[in-house]
Design a protein around this ligand. Sequence first.
Ligand code: PEP
Length: 255
Amino acid sequence: MTTRRSIIAGNWKMNTSLDEAVSLASQVVEGAAEFDGVDRILIPPFPWIIPVRDALSGSGITVGAQTCYHEDSGAFTGEVSPTMLAPLCSHVVLGHSERRHILGEDDAAVAARLEAVLRTSLSPILCVGETLEEREAGNANAVVERQLRSALAGITQADMSRVVIAYEPVWAIGTGVAASADDAQEMAAFVRSTIGALHGSTAGDGVQIQYGGSVKSSNAEELMACPDVDGALVGGASLDAGEFVAIIRAAAAGG
Ligand code: PEP
């Protein structure tokens, strides 16, 4: 049986001043450095990646990026490339629902970014998830499968071993209404079997799958206890060091 490491990532989105970012990172180091059985990642806005990385130095907690472009360099004003991020970051989030639904990234854009990221040392955290309308129409699995196939069908098995999946139902992100543990488990198992069908059972068994959507200290224990959920991608609660450390503690206990 594959043993998967738990993985907790805090997506700060477009929040924090420089001082707040460094202070938050330092508080997380204080509370979470001991949980070295869990992969722990802080994902600040681009300008704070270097100061946050410096604040995390020696703690075993790594820094990640919230998105990137699919080209390495060139006339792409405002974009940041995977090759720029690779010396600084361990992970990069791709296809977050806010990128898909507010900023217009479609499946093809997400797939191109993933391919570019896999040419570097970075690990992509690929976000997938259905809207409320899609769930209510009974299409949640079809949407998630389409998003997974579009991004992952063309990559190698070796590259697949570096990909993390975040199942984030759009209706649960930032709403305070998390998926039930049963729904999170059911979709995580579906994601695992879809990856197994695409890249073989070793890939399916080994892939780290996060749940994301209104995770907080009060529901983390239940969600982290799901057998196919290996961790969480945390938005709002990651801006509070005490909350975020409690979620890491729940993952350490449940994972
Ligand atoms: C997210 O941003 O990926 C997220 C899950 O946000 P929240 O935890 O605030 O719902």
